[in-house]
Design a protein around this ligand. Structure first.
Ligand SMILES: [Zn+2]
Length: 551
């Protein structure tokens, strides 16, 4: 966003603000009812809702620094940017190294179809891909055949030498399912559904087309085997069920580049190849593999006055995949916690308990940073009153549970009874519930039986459009929801810090809780979307150097 645009947006915001006052003089801008007279809650509201910093923080982070791939320079620059923000607000912060990870520099990706006609293809390298040394690499294409077994695959490999290999499923349509549901005849839709299922089954799984190797999250062991066999590069595509979105993950190749194309540009090259129309593709890719480099969590703290050895922790992973800007995964979780700290420092600078924030890295590699933190900080685990983690997109917080601790449920309900009515109506509290099962950083704490709560956000088409895609950018942020999340999180941190008693650690009876939740939500149980854990999740040790995920 240019300086001009940002000035315009800020002017518009002001105009809208005064406009609202003029047009609706009897309705305060944020008509709000507070259940108590607590002046801190009211000040948190005022700061969070009426003088928010979430726009400026988001613009700087997502537009200027961009995505934050584990081990890369942008992540490092982002860690330093967080420090500079905290410093400017008078908050103690540091970058804490917990290990090393492979580093990579993403330069440009130019991918063109040059024969039988010219078209610049929508695509880019997957993360950590080797480049072409900024030179043109032109080759013909070949489709990965179906093999009876890996011996047949190895025999075929010489045929693929020097070619770009198409290794992903050719989608019979790039229209989302919703579009088919709206427009197709029932017969045509059913035909398309079964065609898609068959094609994805043919190309999916861990034994891609019978080679005995998996593509894992982009290249995997099959990518490495093809590289060894002398291919020029791999062309992949992982489309989502949405217009124009693909997932962009990673490869472990070091010589043969791996690119991800849009659903239809992949389809185009595939059909040309299949129909023997002699496609030629030219790649010119700029990238550097940088080897193992130090990786950090950014930790900030507002020291407790009465109980400095008890902790309330804000938590959100800071790293991202790098197909776009990592705005909603997990930029918005990051901004929520950052802005909550800014507010807390102003209205609650001397908390009872120590307030910490963890901006984790390595979450996308398996919650590496937060796991390492739990291993390196037994004192925080011991004194943890509550941890609030947010990591499922830009939406407003609508769900909370007690992380499988019955006593947590009692405390959370008390806290929620003190937040403004709008938040009470918005957040559905699910009772004691279950510990986090993995997939975000609350798991690293929950597996230790700790009060680590996920702040569940409203969906905003997260799965189909922004989660790990090429479309996770600034424009997707729901700013009203984001500022309300920062405000609510600051309130929860304040209330957890002031709470006269600590949450105790008895665990829920998992079977009894499963029955209670099932009774509460029979529909989710019936459709199989709700699956209760039968044992408490076990902690996993944090890898302190690159832990390849090839399978
Ligand atoms: Zn995430």
């Amino acid at each position: 966003m240019s300086g001009f645009t940002s000035a315009l947006v800020s002017m518009l915001r002001k105009t809208l603000f005064f406009g609202a006052l003029l047009l609706a003089p009897y309705v305060p801008l944020h008509a709000q009812s507070f259940p108590t007279d607590d002046p801190i809650i009211k000040r948190i509201w005022a700061l969070g809702m009426d003088s928010t910093h979430v726009y400026e923080l988001s613009q700087a982070l997502f537009d200027s620094i961009g995505p934050r791939l584990q081990g890369g320079d942008e992540l490092r620059a982002g860690n330093d940017w967080l420090l500079s923000k905290y410093k400017s607000w008078g908050i103690e912060a540091h970058n804490e190294q917990y290990g090393t990870w492979r580093g990579w520099r993403r330069g440009y990706s130019h991918i063109d179809l040059i024969s039988p006609r010219v078209r610049s293809l929508e695509g880019q390298m997957v993360g950590y891909s080797p480049g072409t040394g900024k030179k043109d690499l032109t080759a013909t294409t070949i489709i990965l055949p179906r093999f009876a077994d890996s011996t047949e695959f190895v025999k075929w490999l010489p045929t693929a030498r020097g070619k770009f290999i198409l290794v992903s499923a050719p989608q019979p349509t790039c229209r989302p399912r919703e579009d088919w549901a709206t427009n197709a005849t029932p017969e045509s839709r059913a035909r398309m559904d079964s065609l898609r299922t068959a094609i994805n089954a043919e190309w999916g799984g861990r034994n891609v087309r019978g080679t005995g190797y998996s593509l894992a999250l982009g290249g995997g062991e099959l990518g490495k085997r093809l590289e060894e066999g002398g291919v020029a590069g791999l062309i992949t595509s992982r489309p989502k069920d949405g217009w124009g979105t693909i997932e962009v993950f990673e490869t472990y190749n070091t010589r043969a580049p791996t690119v991800a194309l849009s659903c239809e540009d992949y389809g185009l090259v595939f059909r040309l190849t299949e129909n023997k129309q002699n496609p030629q593709v030219r790649m010119n890719l700029d990238a550097d593999l940088l080897g193992e480099r130090p990786v950090f969590n950014t930790i900030a703290e507002i020291k407790g006055t009465e109980k400095p050895n008890e902790y309330v922790m804000l938590s959100a992973h800071f790293d991202s995949w790098d197909g776009s800007s990592g705005a909603t995964d997990n930029g918005t979780g990051t901004i929520t916690m950052l802005e909550a700290m800014r507010i807390l420092k102003q209205v609650y600078p001397h908390p009872k308990r120590t307030i910490l924030v963890g901006h984790w890295s390595g979450e996308e590699e398996g919650e590496v940073g937060s796991k390492a933190f739990t291993e390196d900080h037994p004192e925080v685990l011991k004194g943890l009153q509550a941890l609030f983690n947010q990591d499922n997109g830009t939406g407003r917080i609508v769900r909370m549970g007690g992380a499988g601790l019955p006593n947590a449920a009692v405390h959370i309900q008390q806290w929620l009874s003190k937040v403004p009515t709008v938040f009470q109506e918005q957040v559905k509290f699910n009772g004691p519930g279950f510990p986090a099962g993995g997939g975000s950083d609350d798991f690293s704490f929950g597996c230790n039986g700790l009060p680590a709560f996920g702040l569940g956000a409203l969906n905003w088409d997260y799965g189909n459009y922004t989660w790990h895609t090429n479309r996770d950018t600034y424009d997707k942020i729901a700013f009203d929801d984001l500022k309300s999340n920062a405000t609510l999180t600051a309130m929860l941190a304040y209330l957890a810090s002031e709470d006269p008693t600590m949450i105790t650690r008895e665990r829920v009876d998992l079977a009894a809780e499963a029955a209670r939740m099932a009774a509460q939500n029979p529909a989710a149980t019936a459709n199989g979307r709700f699956r209760a854990p039968t044992t408490w999740p076990a902690c996993v040790k944090a890898p302190r150097t690159t832990n390849p995920r090839l399978k």
